[in-house]
Ligand binder design. Sequence first.
Ligand code: 6R9
Length: 660
Amino acid sequence: MSDQVDTTSRVDPIHPVPSRLLDSTQCPTPFVNSFDQYKSMWKESVEQPDKFFGNLANELLTWSKPFETVRHGSFESGDVAWFLEGELNACYNCVDRHALKNPNKVAIIHEGDEPDYVRKITYGELLQEVCKLANVLKAQGVKKGDNVAIYMPMIPEAMIALLACARIGAPHSVIFAGFSAESLRDRVVDASAKVVITADEGRRGGKNIATKRIVDDALAQCSTVSSVLVYRRTGSEIPWTAGRDLWWHEEMDKARAYCAPERMNAEDPLFLLYTSGSTGTPKGVLHTTGGYLLGAAATVKYIFDYHDDDIFACMADIGWVTGHSYIVYGPLTLGATTVLFESTPTYPTPARFWELIAKHKITQFYTAPTAIRALRRLGDKWVDGHDLSSLRVIGSVGEPINPEAWDWYNEKVGKGRCAVVDTYWQTETGSIIITPLPGAIATKPGSATFPFFGINPVLLDPNTGKEIEGNGVTGVLAVKQPWPSMARTVYNNHSRFLETYLKPYPGYYFTGDGASRDIDGYYWVRGRVDDVINVSGHRLSTSEIESALVLHHSVAEAAVIGGHDDLTGQCIHAFVTLKPNVEEAEGLEKELTLQVRKIIGPFATPKRIYLVSDHPKTRSGKIMRRILRKIVNSEHHELGDTSTLADPSIIPSLITKVHG
Ligand code: 6R9
């Protein structure tokens, strides 16, 4: 972090809350409409969490059995739990209670890959579909506590699948459909899933994606899976394994359209979601029912200032945590209409997002900095002229947003009349933890501003682990007390959970990010301080990519680092040495690139692969990735201390390799 520009003492422009949001003739009054109100609510949320979250959990969720204990456990003992005795079903909260009151309200607007395809599903219809699928899963032997893998395109059936699992208490593990067969296999095996739900093919940007074929490849080596349920999306010919594969439509036709929701304890698992950490294989981050659902719903209410009749649109993929919390669980818990977008921001033209907003009169729009940067680069003409007047809150998530992209988003999309919320959070936090609130917090482009309710952030000195007090300071970002939606464990590996998050700084939750708190107390999240690379908001660990590279028969050793990239935030650079007696064959870089795509997935494609004679190593043989990082990012005139290098003479050759 020390090599990053410190803006803590710079005078950053401050954008006050847009006056339109506070004018009740133009907008519904925000739930929090002054900084003082935010401050006092936040204070109560961290000083009297039992009262604050006890009330909120009763306001936002329906419990079949009330909780008595709001909070239990600590970071020290790794046994955090919320709403202990309470029972509730997440699917009932997302679907039934709205279907019973308001069956004709639209729950899901599915905007298909082709812009002329729109399908609307009401809460009443959603309840029936979810019940049928729940019965189909039961007929396949899925019981409470059995994990179900979901590998699907962005279609309503994916949402129906999540909700059906929640209904019968089967934790779902959604695997992003951009993952390769091998990544899918590892995740299915780790979770011992019995059933995989998928589709024949996906559609994205006008192209077909061979979803089922990837599932077949993945399952060739999985013994736990007894059924594969296949939704027919395109109708193309696909391979079929009799006795294992089942058509969704055939099974649904046979199923009864009501299924009672399972009684779930607040701490029963709701889902696993695999994510990359600094080391080893991806870990199955586990979220439980009550705390997670409360976090998802509370953040939609307060951070997106959700009011009845709003149309909520999150552009993330359902395979990432953002899709879980802000397409499915958050909006549906509040009974919202949520938009499910199957396509890409540039298909068929770079006006797609803006047409979508105008067509559906979207009020909250949530996307990632990488999409904003890409669209900004393609020029204003694509956004100009679209009626974006329905928007009130526009959000960003996934990586730090650079002030230029923030300004463009605010001016061109928000027209200076919307709240821009740069929301910081992680798979592990379950929901947003640092963020502006639309009616209460003046923003600074590039800063996620202040903690959400219940979040007590601190900056720690990475060497001493001590809290850094005061403002105008930089450190590693940690959280001081448990909050409802935090992950409870890593599936089947609680010690890894403790080692990664709770033991590095005892008494704190460690985020893995570095951050500053500026002179006004605003938080600026800078990026990872561990070996995680963030490419277009996708988390990848350097060791995962290195392992994929060394699986190639020619490769001796690989070192992967993140380089700066104007579009994707970071990009992957790989330094590879070959085994003795292996010649540098033509096309080897290409082969290695394909190897990474095959093992992890296309989104992990390295930007550059350098074949080098050796890595910069310490005398004890450790690769000094810091040096490679500086060379790639053109900071090699300030390499710092290189005295521990075994052979400093290799540096000039590395510089030539990278910069020519
Ligand atoms: C929700 C999500 C988490 C990592 C996180 C951080 C980065 C996310 C950010 C941000 C700066 C923001 N990150 N939002 N950095 N400002 N607003 O993205 O989860 O995929 O687990 O990634 O993303 O580095 O640690 P996940």
